[in-house]
Design a protein around this ligand. Sequence first.
Ligand code: MTE
Ligand code: MO
Length: 250
Amino acid sequence: MVKRKAIDITDHRRELGSLQRRLFLRGTLSLGAVSMLSGCNLQNGDSVDRVLWAMSRWNDRVQAWLFSQEKLAPTYTEAQITRPFPFNAFYPEDSVPEIDGADYKLEVSGLVDNRRSWSLSELRRLPQVSQITRHICIEGWSAVGQWAGVPLGTFLKTIGADLTARYVGFRCADRYYTSLDMATALHPQTILALDFGKDPLPEKYGYPLKLRVPTKLGFKNPKHIGALFVTNDYPGGYWEDQGYNWFSGL
Ligand SMILES: Nc1nc2c(c(=O)[nH]1)N[C@H]1C(S)=C(S)[C@@H](COP(=O)(O)O)O[C@H]1N2
Ligand SMILES: [Mo]
């Protein structure tokens, strides 16, 4: 008797779970529709994987295209700030990187006119903004916090970045990494945050520099940023490369 291979997604369940959630969250596509669109019969794990990754990248492009720089994330009052604010990372709190602010430099590379590094005091001399917004983690929690720092758009213009490039990438001291589409990078609420509340960022929340992006899920908010680059080559990210949808807009 010929054994037929049924839809075998067991090995891919985790990946499927996260991709599917993001892909189908908006209720526009079902797995059946994907197989019809792609002409793929979803007979084995390999093709399921390939189709879903392709769909996720396609979904990124549609989301990026729909993203409006004018649409602002909701803001909150000081009384609504969540205390204590939760900590999260891919490691426990006692492994948070220790960074000496006095020697710290933000490295800049890629499609920019001026690739020099920036000290914390130089970053503090650029125009600062403050926001009280909600951070939403894909793991199922959210919290309201206050962050202040330099709008990323202001910084990109200051370093002469090619604003027509597709991506801004970030590398962190704990080897975390992520990237944004240029429209989100230029959004007025996307900030290179130096302060949490009224004080410099505490170690666990990303000292000395984190990106605050209230129009995206929490994992698109890199902490302990060491380097920033502008590029047209898709940079991916720590969770993105494991199946979380890259755009992950709210
Ligand atoms: N460098 C770095 N940045 C990171 C992470 C990380 O592990 N390392 N985790 C991300 C995730 S999943 C979340 S929810 C937030 C948590 O930020 P918080 O500790 O300020 O709440 O940081 C994001 N940025
Ligand atoms: Mo998260």
